[in-house]
Design a protein around this ligand. Structure first.
Ligand SMILES: Cc1ncc(C[n+]2csc(CCOP(=O)(O)OP(=O)(O)O)c2C)c(N)n1
Ligand SMILES: [Mg+2]
Length: 325
């Protein structure tokens, strides 16, 4: 990977990390309603996807995808701050504050939104993919799912139908080792999810999800394959989330140290960039710039008005206003 591309991805990873850390801080102060699941530690997976999915593609983010949502919003619409405002439940959010973390969506930038029911969009993604195929458009429909979703029936139904119909679906499985606190090897027949996907007969790849170069390259190969009309592709991105679902750490100290210190996606990229001749000062400036942008987004979100109560039932369904009970 050339230095310019890597620096761009380094910046994107800092945008994600700063976004999540800022959000965590605000959440602890009671400024962010609802629950909070962050993508801290998984920045490389999201930066690599955001860099290569187009506004004309579609992606279904999971509950840790604030980063990809914000990058797609910023890249394709120039208003990433509206994802932050959405998380704060404000009228300026992409869903006017009604979506929050799990239902932030903006199809204009390719973001088709998450769903509180894990795995449900494994079915929906097929419809978007089928529409692209019937129209002859070279678009990719991407489902970003956690390892936990693999236990749902929809996971297998989706892979099966995508294979039979040769649909343009990218399955990006973010295997962070746990669903809630269940280790992946205890919840599934294989700790390597790629083993379970291979039986459906389309290309499957396992990737170090914290290595931005490998992530970017392998996702690029998958996207090129799908765009060329060769059918679905499955990528397992092996990573680790900093955050548990609940407060407190349940994982062994050595495992925490390995992932947070020795295999941190940002620190790994620093080593590579220094090797390419970048200076620490240059890299610090990129981090500070990202933090500055995110601080502005947080200010925007905090200063934005709350949604108008009188419009609480508007746009709940497309073209179908809900009238009072
Ligand atoms: C069908 C369904 N079952 C259970 C839940 C509750 N739930 C929310 S997150 C989660 C674990 C998801 O694990 P994984 O997919 O590995 O994602 P991670 O949180 O590790 O990123 C569960 C079981 C849900 N949202 N939907
Ligand atoms: Mg998981």
């Amino acid at each position: 990977m050339d230095k310019t591309t890597m620096l761009g991805l380094y910046r994107d990873m800092w945008m994600i990390r700063a976004f999540e850390q800022g959000l965590e801080r605000e959440f602890e102060q009671g400024n962010v309603p609802g629950m909070l699941h962050t993508g801290l530690g998984q920045e490389a997976t999201q930066a690599a996807l955001a860099d290569q999915l187009l506004a004309t593609d579609c992606f279904f983010p999971d509950h840790r995808c604030h980063g990809i949502n914000a990058l797609a919003q910023q890249r394709h619409s120039g208003d990433g701050e509206r994802i932050m405002a959405e998380l704060f439940g404000k009228a300026t959010g992409v869903c006017s504050g009604k979506g929050g973390s799990l239902h932030s969506a903006d199809p204009a930038v390719g973001n088709f939104g998450d769903n509180a029911v894990e795995g449900s969009y494994m079915a929906t993604v097929l419809g978007v993919a089928l529409a692209s195929k019937l129209r002859g458009e070279p678009n990719v429909a991407c489902a970003i799912i956690g390892d936990g979703t693999v236990g749902r029936g929809e996971f297998h139904e989706s892979l099966n139908m995508a294979a039979i119909w040769q649909l343009p679906v990218l399955y990006a499985c973010v295997n962070n080792g746990y669903a809630i606190s269940m280790p992946v090897g205890q919840g599934h027949a294989s700790a390597d999810i790629v083993d379970l996907a291979r039986g459906y007969g389309f290309p499957c790849e396992q990737v170090d999800g914290n290595d931005i170069v490998e992530c970017h390259e392998k996702i690029g190969v998958a996207i090129a394959h799908i765009r060329a009309g060769h059918g679905p592709y499955f990528v397992e991105l092996k990573t680790w989330r900093w955050q548990g679902i609940f407060a407190g750490e349940f994982r062994p100290d050595a495992e925490v140290k390995y992932w947070r210190e020795d295999h941190d996606p940002i620190l790994m990229t620093v080593d590579r960039l220094i090797g390419l001749g970048c200076t620490s000062a240059e890299l610090d400036a990129i981090e500070q710039e990202a933090r500055g942008v995110i601080d502005e987004w947080i200010t925007f979100a905090k200063e934005s008005p709350a949604p108008d109560l009188a419009k609480a039932t508007a746009n709940v369904y497309v073209n179908w206003e809900v009238t009072g009970a």
